[in-house]
Structure formats: C-alpha cells, structure tokens
Ligand binder design. Structure first.
Ligand code: ZN
Length: 316
C-alpha cells in the first residue's frame, strides 16, 4: 500500500469540546444537550458493532481521495482494512466511517458504511460493514451486510475513517431537536470546532442516529458515467438521491481544519435496519428531526495514499 503520512491532532478534554459543540449547535437547533457520558454498549441495538466503545489510541485516517473517483475512476485503487490498521500502528483496530467498495471485490461501484474490527495477532477480522448500491431494475437502494456476500476486508478509491481500540470509555453525547439553521448536523459541529480552535486541527469520529424525520442521502450508481464528471453539477446528475426515513445509524468522521494533507474534512455514511443507507447530506424534515450521537476526538491523523493531483469537485 502507498505512502503514509501522519501528525498529532489537537486533542482538548471531552468537557471542553462538549462546551464548544453545544455553543455552535445552539445556533442551529432549537433544543441542544451535549454532555460527557460513558459510551453506551455499541454491541447492542441499534448499533450492533463488533466492539463496545470508541476509546483507546484514537486516530483519523483519510485514505485515497475523490481524485481517484473523479473525473474518471481508478478502479485499481484497492485497500485492505488489515493493512490500514497496521499502517496506523493499531492492529486489531475498530474502524468506522464512510467510503467506497472495491470494484474488484463487488463488481460495481457502491457505497461502503464502515463498522469493522481489523485482525490482530490473536483474532480474525470482524467485518460489520454495510454496502449500499442502486438497484438497476427500479433505481431503488439496496443495503446489504458486506460479510453476507464477500469474504475480503477490502475497500476502494477513498475512505474517511475513525479508528480506536474500541474500548468502553467516556464519549461526548450530543442530542439535538428541530433544525433552525441551514447546515447539516456534522457541518454544524465541524464549523463550531473550526471557529473556536482555528488552525489547531481537532478530529472527531463517532456514530449518530437520526431518530425522527427523513434525510437526503445519495448512492453512487453501479456503473460509472460514460463521460468524465468534471463539475459538481455533473456529479449531482450522476448520483442517485433519496429521501430516506429514520431511524438511520450514521458513521461520521470530521476534522475542523486541514493541516495540509488534502483532507476531506467531513464524511458520513448511514445504514439502517429497514434496507436504506448511503451518503448523508442533511435531514429534509427540520421541524421534526431529532439526532442522538456519540463522538470521540482523535489523537492522531494518518493520511494514506494522498492523490498527487487533486481538485475540490464532489466533496459535499
Ligand atoms: Zn460518501
């Protein structure tokens, strides 16, 4: 696998981050409650993760990038989660986040929703990833458990990941209701960190539930476009957009400031237990929406296989 760069992130106390998030979210939601709590057991419903928590040696990992997808895809960009875990010096890591499937593995373009424990010296990988694709028959969404169809632990093109030992521990609980601002839930948190910490980069990962309402999500079509996608408008015309219903469980990674690694600064993919999933844009029901999330800051940033030639298309 290609080059890996890394740097420490600014990692304030959970209490301090909670106060900053609460201040920013109050400008965008009618009801906001942010506090430090013991992480709920994430092996339980609705999460069903292979680990209990989000604590221990936390890292943000940005692998590949949108330039490997656009304007034309480089389908040979394939990564393996066990190698990623070794590259970030955390074999056996629990990894959540948002990215793309390996075309070689699944034979099409599809969204990956990460929830996977990498292999360690003593235990095999536990792959709880989901994949979302477009049904070519009726353009509906198909959400599948990756391990029910494939036995590898690969992904492709790009991914934004939060890795940790998956230990129980303290996390920041964020509860909001009724959106009054324009930005989505993750952008609100990211921008409030940026405003407070400026060029000190704070990276966060976690899982949140859209408990009430509906949300705009996209899923990439199975086939790539016949022509190169050169603008955001081209990309929007290629993607399939859906209005999906709660409850949606969303795997989210965000960084307040890019310290010069050509990062995608936020990326969130959602799964559900009713067959819907994909890439989160925003809720479409601001008056009734409710979010509940658990987040943890990362100590280090790792950048794997950064594209040599970059652009800012398709990063929404
Ligand atoms: Zn995505």
């Amino acid at each position: 696998m290609a080059d890996t760069e890394s740097c420490p992130l600014h990692c304030p106390s959970l209490e301090e981050i909670a106060a900053v998030l609460e201040g920013g979210l109050k400008k965008n939601y009618a009801e906001v409650h942010v506090k430090v709590v013991d992480c709920p057991d994430l092996t339980q419903d609705p999460f069903g993760f292979p680990v209990k928590g989000l604590s221990g040696k936390s890292r943000i990992v940005d692998v590949g990038g949108v330039p490997y997808l656009l304007p034309t895809p480089q389908l040979d960009k394939i990564y393996d989660i066990n190698t990623v875990a070794k590259k970030i010096e955390l074999p056996g890591a629990y990894i959540l986040g948002a990215g793309a499937c390996s075309h070689k593995s699944v034979g099409m373009i599809a969204e990956m929703i990460f929830s996977i424990k990498a292999e360690s010296r003593t235990s095999p990988a536990v792959n709880g990833n989901y994949m979302a694709s477009v049904n070519p028959g009726d353009n509906s969404c198909i959400l599948e458990k990756y391990r029910e169809k494939f036995s590898d632990n690969d992904f492709g093109l790009l991914s934004n990941l939060y890795a940790s030992e998956g230990n129980p521990g303290k996390v920041i609980e964020v509860k909001v209701k009724r959106r009054t601002g324009k930005d989505n839930f993750v952008s609100c948190m990211r921008k409030s960190l940026k405003e407070h910490y400026q060029d000190k980069a704070v990276g966060m990962g976690g899982s949140f539930i859209i408990q009430e309402g509906k949300a705009k999500l996209h899923v990439m079509p199975r086939e790539f476009a016949a022509c190169p996608l050169n603008t955001d408008e081209d990309v929007d015309n290629w993607l399939h957009f859906f209005n999906m219903k709660a409850p949606l469980i969303c795997q989210s990674v965000f960084v307040s400031h890019d310290p010069g690694f050509d990062l995608r600064v936020e990326h969130t993919h959602c799964f559900s237990h009713h067959g819907e999933g994909g890439h989160y844009h925003n809720d479409t029901t601001p008056d009734s929406v409710q979010y509940l999330g658990y987040f943890h800051p990362a100590e280090y940033l790792y950048r794997i296989d950064r594209p040599a030639v970059t652009h800012m298309i398709g990063r929404d």
